[in-house]
Design a protein. Sequence first.
Length: 512
Amino acid sequence: MNVLPCGDAAVLCEVDSLSAVLALAAVVRAADLPGVLDVVPAARTVLLLTAPGTDLPALRRAVGDLPVDPSAAAPDGEIVEIPVVYDGPDLDEVGRLTGLGAEGVVQAHTATPWRVGFGGFAPGFAYLAGGDERLHVPRRDEPRTAVPAGSVGLAGEFSGVYPRSSPGGWQLIGSTTVRLWDARRTPAALLRPGAEVRFVRVAEAAAPPADEPGGDAVPECGPRRLEVLATGALALVQDLGRPGAGATGVGRSGAADRAALRLGNRLVANPPSAAAVEVVFGGLAVRAGPDLPAPLLVALTGAPAPADVDGTPVGHHALVTLRAGQTLRLGPPPTGLRTYLAVRGGVEVDAVLGSRSSDVLSGIGPAPLAPGDVVPIGPEPGSPPLVDVAPVALPTGDAVTLRAVLGPRADWTADPAALARTTWTASGRSDRVGMRLEGPPLERRDRGELPSEGMVRGAVQVPPGGEPVLFGADHPVTGGYPVVAVVLDADMDRAAQIRPGQQVRFRLLETP
């Protein structure tokens, strides 16, 4: 086993087989190692996500000392049967690639049990391994822009079922109506690592399952509410996220600027994890409900968007009172990108997997706010607000320097230090998933294909084009491009306020 550094909030453990991955993941979970929040198995690695302040050198030593026996990684006893209509658009092509013909592909796919290896790019998607080796086929040269939910596919050594409609490059051989993901079910994912999967051929065609976004943004609520009049570019409900579900393809998500969210909640005397509204580049307008029993206390933090209540300017990082029928409006901030609106009592939309956060990549959680939505506000907490000074460092429009350490795949680039020597520009093609950086491409030393492995917030990934991508709050759970560096967790709040066109630099530190 090779234990690799992965920033200051994770450890990446590399082994030589999927059986070893499953064995190691099981041993780590059973060991209950101090500081480990989530265990994310992948093709040849196990990612351990850790709590702030975890002693990473001690954790790396502890993991290295664990007894791991790949031969002991037996299926967990669960057997899942998936009925499939073998009518996929690529069935004949797979028959040609394998030499089996279409009928031979179906027989090979159904004759051998598969095993869930790890979760993938979407909640409920599972990479299935251990099938007939004759079915190893490459991905399509041109990925489809939309693969229907329920599609059954092959890629490399794996088979899988798309739980929702999404882009994809797998060879599609059939379809199923089995629901792979249901946030109302416990557990939400039908296929979990270690389970055995058997595909069963059926003749009757049926429509694929509809997507399940997983939560309601606007449930019925009482008089303590905000009515949405305008949202600007994007307004989302966010809290501190949903850790612990990476193995089923669910990322943590949560506020992009966690320090700003915590400060807003502190100002209005909410718990630190209470949900608030994250606003991208201003433009939000909300009106207090007309029958409020008492005024709402709110606070604005993060990017300093100019704000007013019924035309009267109000400040940031301080308590603001909203009375019944009054309207709060936010303009575009002069610096920074994301402003947070915290309300005493918190935003009380339905929770999904223990969090009210909206994950834009997976679609889990409440939908983006829209004009006409009604946002329910929870009851006031018992403690009154006591903070009268809120020390903050406002976002700057100057070049931003982010501290980072070399990542687990730094040796895949010809010159890892080039990342720190270059002044990058934040691209307009950036969002909560990742910030694309424009500049001289980094030269990759290794042009091979990296097996999918766990990703972290702050990972600097280098795709084939050479321009890095800095992953944000809604990053994919796993990815197949090398991570050459990882930004320190504390600096990712500052990264969340970087605007398109702003310059970005990296300062490389010693690995913790």
